[in-house]
Design a protein around this ligand. Sequence first.
Ligand SMILES: [Mn+2]
Length: 311
Amino acid sequence: MLVYVIGHKKPDTDTIVSAMAYAEFKKRLGLDAVAARAGELNPETKFVFEKFGAEPPMLLENARGKKLILVDHNEASQMVDGYDEAEILEIIDHHRLGGFVTAKPIFVHIEPIGSTTTIIAKFFFNREFEIPADLAKLMVSAILSDTVIFRSPTCTEEDKEVAHRLAEIAGLKDLEKLGIDMFKAKSRIAEKTPREIILTDFKEYIFGGVKVGIGQVETVDLSEVEAKRNEILREMKTLASERNYGLLIMMLTDIINRGSLLLYVSEKPELFKEIFGRVYELEPRGENAYYIKGLMSRKKQVVPPIQEYFK
Ligand SMILES: [Mn+2]
């Protein structure tokens, strides 16, 4: 029976490409696998697929009754609709374990590494399976995306090595330029409504019964998005009451200068300061905003202090 390899909702480049790469890998092992996606491509992923003339995976809106392999996520809140009536066979990921419970034992492979695509590339290398150049181009892009052009604290030496090995297969030379072009395509701040800016790269968590939402915009020029901060903050307040977020954070990340302006809305006004003030040096930047130097990663630098606080 056909197995769907699928990443998280609100897909990013790593989630889309790792699904394609892992489906390809499983096919080589004789499994009837197909890559799928749980949502529309974001502008960065669109840019990558257009640039390299590649076809994105099929859209799977509901996974009811299907067999699934999950890549690049393991939290129920990020899974494709119908996951609870699907059979999940495997999880390949690089995120924290998010408390997902299964009925049967499954195959799980998680590494603390910069991108899921890096893990899957290693599977190919270990088996000495050839990676087609067209796929390698996408895989390089996915690693550049998730590691913020090798600048994210989540980026490891292995991510760099694997990306360069893939770049050689793909015939790609200037990875820095490819990365910057991708991030420019991704942010496209001017064309977006505040709600789109918040929700394009957005994740939801529950910590100690508190619903937390964290959005992120990675930009090569912070001034463009900073000019819209008041509109964004207003929209965050609306969104927080609509969806009952106890804490809603928007990370405006400057990938060139390595730092983030964090906007927040919370039930308790002092909550943000209580959580992050003990871990980071907070530079106040007006209403409900702090700049944190060196802060780039939602997963590694924003989620852990929140989790620690609510423990
Ligand atoms: Mn990823």
